[in-house]
Design a protein around this ligand. Structure first.
Ligand SMILES: Cc1cc2nc3c(=O)[nH]c(=O)nc-3n(C[C@H](O)[C@H](O)[C@H](O)COP(=O)(O)O)c2cc1C
Length: 266
């Protein structure tokens, strides 16, 4: 009881207390003039989000919500914001009283109360676990889709086919460079990549410059690029072929043709 009086909140007005209780998010107020910036007030939603009763946590620093997997960098950002009396919004992995983790979107800001000539901190806690798991799932889907859209088909130890389909934007090119260079790095050098562009919808300049860059990258890494599936469908495409010829990039009408040529040369 004495503890409650000691940390008695400055929200004396019963009406405002009730209003804050009805806010659909956890609210805590801390007093940085007391040792270790302890909680002096929590609303009902905070109890619901965290599973702790107000009387269990009054007088403590909010860090008791953190645990093993809470990001130390994000906690350091909060610490810095407090030190500099700045507001911050941060997503923290916190733990309920029963040990279950939850994602807490903490909005924290300093409030100066002129009548007391004193600074307090207010924290608003939203449980965003649901949104986070949706985000993580969509990230997984995105990664899977990206792997599916740039498949690697190794047909021997030295030859790998990359049948590309759809549109290749800058992001997909980045993905292709990264995956190919990781592959070459892990495997034997002198590998041959056959990039089949038959399924490419739009043989635009991005594809053209992407191939030239990839050719250069593979050359540096001691591997080789062969391009297939770009029959001169349009006059523009034949200009590109001339360019490939200049850079000595081998190209064939089909993968079949490319494989026959490789076999013949070995
Ligand atoms: C008003 C306020 C609310 C806070 N709420 C949370 C919270 O919900 N979850 C959390 O992990 N940390 C919260 N913190 C941050 C911790 O109390 C503490 O400041 C942080 O862990 C950095 O300090 P430390 O490195 O000394 O632990 C809050 C801080 C303040 C001032």
């Amino acid at each position: 009881m004495e503890k409650e009086i000691h940390y008695s909140t400055n929200i004396r007005d019963a009406f405002f207390r009730q209003v804050i209780d009805y806010v659909g998010a956890g609210v805590v107020i801390t007093d940085p003039s007391l040792p270790d910036n302890p909680i002096i007030y929590t609303n009902k939603a905070f109890e619901k989000v965290t599973g702790y009763k107000t009387n269990e946590i009054i007088g403590q620093n909010c860090r008791f919500l953190q645990g093993e997997k809470t990001s130390r960098e994000d906690v350091a950002r909060v610490r810095k914001a407090i030190k500099e009396e700045q507001s911050i919004i941060v997503e923290l992995l916190n733990y309920r009283k029963d040990g279950k983790p939850f994602w807490n979107e903490l909005s924290m800001y300093p409030i100066f109360v002129p009548s007391e000539d004193k600074m307090y901190f207010v924290g608003v806690q939203q449980d965003i676990s649901h949104r986070k798991s949706e985000e993580m799932r969509s990230e997984d889907y995105k990664q899977e889709a990206s792997l599916l859209s740039t498949p690697f088909v190794p047909i021997s130890e030295k030859i790998c086919i990359l049948p590309l389909v759809g549109n290749i934007n800058a992001e997909r090119w980045e993905e292709i460079y990264q995956r190919i260079s990781a592959h070459v790095y892990e495997h034997d050098d002198e590998e041959i990549f056959i990039m089949d562009l038959q399924g490419i919808q739009n043989m635009n300049d991005d594809v053209h410059s992407g191939i030239l860059r990839l050719h250069k990258l593979l050359q540096v890494m001691g591997a080789r690029l062969i391009v297939t599936g770009i029959e001169p469908r349009t006059a523009k495409a034949s200009v590109k072929l001339a360019d490939f010829r200049k850079k000595q990039i081998s190209f064939y009408a089909t993968v079949q043709h490319a494989l026959e040529a490789i076999r013949a040369s070995h």
